[in-house]
Design a protein around this ligand. Structure first.
Ligand code: SF4
Length: 415
């Protein structure tokens, strides 16, 4: 179907979104929380923090000069929410262990200006020698490169902490597993406390699982007393496998799952309803209690930003597109059918000739900053969301969504 007006175009995208929702519910049996709908404003709190947010997190949001890699996906834990099993070649990657030095060489060759590197897993410390080799190689190449390690902490000891310190590791991110016994969690907290003597930034990173709010409040209070640099509260996600564990716990999926539907790289899947609310509540709790450590909430939408930014800044863009500072989508104002003539007339009268008129698809698009020219005109204007894709060396602009805008109250900075 070729949409020939704004309403049919919006309908077309609504159908795609509904088909996606239905197929997820049918395939996994996990339901969306349609009683608690996220409006686009409410949806968009991708990253909020108090006191401190790692510079590596800031770099990750644009994905420039920042990379992470793994030695193996093998892990000493088996978290039901782990998103690794959903990756291509997961089994091979649990059996094969890459050489620390060669993955470091690969990252450095790919981008000699790289500024942030991370080693993740699986559990990287199952291969301590290779993990050290990785960081040593990076350090030898350029000691200014920020190095960080993700670990569930079980294999941390004084010996490895000293080795990591000698590699000039700047940041270590522990995860605390709420499914573990309290004794085990206390053991990880002790290791976190010890790490502070060796690594400048000791951070905890964990998903905020609905129905665990009080436990999380206790954890962040303990971390504050230990004196860690911060905690990253992750939006809890369904990793598109192991659905029985999510259904058994009574979780629902956040609805709608995305502000803009797309095939995102990040394999963390779909956000679970309620995780964002609890994360923001923890942030408020820390603020009210004058916490000194950083509390940073990182939503699923935040994890998608780097991909969108990289795609949409890889090529020069046409003059009728606006690169949104908010979500990095390319946006254009779009009119159809009978409204085209009126818009073209006004744009030309104002000497604005950089618009795109498409007779085949019967639309005209122009830069959103000119929408205010039409605040008193009775026409339908849509906001089109686009991404640049490269397929077989050909570059395309792909429209992902269109929504009707209210031109009377339009403010460019809000899109
Ligand atoms: S500790 Fe991390 S890598 Fe290991 S199973 Fe849990 S989520 Fe996956």
């Amino acid at each position: 179907m070729i949409p020939n007006n704004l309403a049919t175009s919006i309908q077309m995208y609504n159908k795609i979104e509904n088909d996606f929702i239905n197929s997820i519910e049918q395939q996994y049996g996990l339901k969306f929380d349609k009683h608690n709908i996220y409006s686009s404003d409410r949806m968009y709190s991708p990253s909020e923090y108090i006191n401190f947010k790692s510079s590596a997190c800031i770099a990750c949001e644009k994905g420039i000069d920042s990379r992470s890699d793994f030695l193996s996906l093998k892990c000493n834990k088996s978290c039901y929410f782990c998103f690794n099993p959903n990756q291509i070649d997961f089994l091979d990657n649990t059996q094969n262990i890459k050489k620390g030095q060669s993955i470091a060489n690969h990252l450095l060759k790919e981008n000699p200006r790289i500024q942030y590197v991370a080693l993740t897993g699986g559990e990287p410390l199952l291969h301590k020698k290779e993990a050290i080799n990785f960081f040593q190689r990076i350090e030898r190449f350029n000691s200014k490169i920020h190095k960080r390690l993700y670990t569930n902490g079980e294999l941390i000891d004084t010996f490895i902490l000293k080795k990591l310190k000698n590699c000039n590791l700047q940041e270590i991110r522990f995860s605390i597993k709420l499914e573990d016994s309290l004794e085990k969690q206390a053991d990880i907290l002790e290791k976190i406390e010890e790490a502070r003597y060796y690594i400048p930034d000791v951070i905890v990173e964990m998903p905020v699982i609905p129905k665990t709010y009080s436990h999380m409040e206790n954890i962040i209070t303990t971390l504050e007393s230990i004196g860690v640099r911060g905690i990253n509260l992750l939006e809890f996600c369904f990793p598109l496998h192991n659905e029985k564990e999510f259904i058994r716990r009574g979780f629902l999926l956040k609805y709608p799952p995305f502000q803009v539907y797309y095939n995102y790289w990040y394999s963390g899947g779909l956000a679970i309803a309620g995780s964002e609310e609890d994360s923001l509540k923890l942030l408020r709790f820390a603020k009210q209690n004058n916490f000194k450590m950083g509390i940073h909430y990182c939503s699923l939408a935040n994890k998608h930003l780097g991909q969108i930014y990289q795609y949409n800044t890889a090529y020069p863009i046409d003059k009728w597109f606006y690169l949104s500072e908010k979500d990095y989508f390319l946006k254009s104002a779009k009119v159809y059918d009978n409204d085209i003539h009126c818009v073209e007339h006004v744009l030309r009268k104002n000497n604005l000739l950089q618009y795109n008129k498409n007779d085949d698809y019967n639309f005209l698009e122009f830069h959103p900053k000119y929408i205010t020219l039409f605040d008193m005109v009775n026409i339908d204007i849509g906001m089109s969301y686009n991404i640049i894709e490269e397929i077989n060396s050909n570059v395309f602009i792909k429209e992902l969504k269109i929504e009707k805008i209210d031109q009377k109250n339009f403010i460019l900075q809000t899109i």
